[in-house]
Design a protein around this ligand. Structure first.
Ligand SMILES: NC(=O)c1ccc[n+]([C@@H]2O[C@H](COP(=O)([O-])OP(=O)(O)OC[C@H]3O[C@@H](n4cnc5c(N)ncnc54)[C@H](OP(=O)(O)O)[C@@H]3O)[C@@H](O)[C@H]2O)c1
Length: 280
């Protein structure tokens, strides 16, 4: 283990922001024993009740002094909304130095913009987790700016592996990740909503339709993972000519299902770029 990875256990981790993604990360990091709760400091804008709740649940330190938290952190994790980032980061000018590692989960804000707001060239790892981080199953993309050392990238990867899987990408690709896996849970929820609704409309009990749909989604995901087969192959294997699956798929094709999903992901990617452009 390198010194930098060892320091994950002894260095201080600060969180700027105390919302849902921070809670998911705290839970994962502490469950995996990556560091002790007393090495973690959390701060937010004004909600002291939320800070007390996090101390009670996880035993982490909390503070309303954002500058002090930033100054004391070996790793500072930015977990605020994009609209709050400019003000929040400019308020930290002077409290952050290039020996610290900055990790951002802030959607759409580039690493160069973060450096500009902080007024210093820091190593920054920008990430895009998704909301399944709340159950430890995020699909996270991350990218590093040129100041990041390999051992810092390894530390960040371990931190995000505590809430799911991690893929390293370029900063440009992070917008695609936003459209694909960042917004992805909502596409699946939409599909589940439609399948459940159809089951109920056809006469099944709604709760039973929900359970059957969920198990079908989980089973299909496991089949893809465990067999490593192409989805098109698995689809063909369950589609007998003239059978029920073929009849159903033909209807999906008539509504241009694949085209619709592709267009949705490309539009979400484009929207990520449009939103990011506001902060460049
Ligand atoms: N939730 C997810 O699964 C997820 C996934 C991918 C990316 N993200 C990204 O993660 C970021 C946070 O998302 P979230 O869902 O955790 O948001 P959230 O629940 O709304 O939390 C936002 C936090 O930011 C704090 N904050 C606002 N202004 C601040 C300031 N000036 N200084 C310090 N703290 C400040 C808020 O404090 P107060 O409560 O005191 O106002 C709050 O604790 C966003 O950029 C989001 O796009 C989240």
């Amino acid at each position: 283990m390198s010194n930098q990875i060892a320091s994950l256990a002894t260095g201080q981790i600060g969180f700027l922001g105390a919302g849902s993604i921070v809670e998911a990360m705290l839970s994962g990091i502490l469950k995996k024993g990556l560091t002790a709760a007393d090495r973690i400091f959390v701060t937010n804008r004004t909600n002291t009740e939320r800070l007390e709740q996090l101390t009670a649940a996880y035993g982490v330190n909390v503070s309303t002094d954002k500058q002090a938290v930033a100054r004391a952190s070996d790793i500072l994790i930015l977990a605020i909304k994009p609209k709050d980032a400019s003000e929040a980061l400019q308020a930290l000018r002077g409290a952050v130095s290039p020996h610290q590692l900055i990790i951002s989960v802030v959607a759409g804000v580039s690493t160069s913009q973060i450096n500009e707001w902080l007024g210093v060239d820091c190593p920054i790892i920008r990430t895009m987790p998704n909301t399944s981080s709340a159950v430890g199953l995020s699909a996270t993309g991350l990218c590093a700016n040129p100041f990041v050392r390999p051992e810092q990238l390894a530390v960040a990867t371990r931190l995000f592996e505590a809430i799911g899987t991690v893929h390293e990408v370029t900063e440009d690709e992070l917008d695609i990740i936003t459209g694909l896996s960042g917004s992805g849970p909502a596409y699946i929820y939409y599909l589940v909503e439609a399948m459940m609704g159809a089951g109920a409309a056809a006469g099944l009990d709604r709760e039973m339709a929900r359970q059957l749909t969920l198990q079908t989604v989980i089973g299909a995901a496991h089949m893809l993972l465990e067999t490593r087969a192409e989805p098109a192959l698995l689809r063909k294997q369950v589609t007998s000519p003239g059978g029920t699956t073929q009849a159903g798929l033909e209807v999906l094709e008539s509504y241009q299902f694949q085209k619709a999903v592709t267009a949705a992901i490309l539009r979400a990617t484009e929207r990520a770029r449009e939103m990011g452009a506001q902060y460049r």
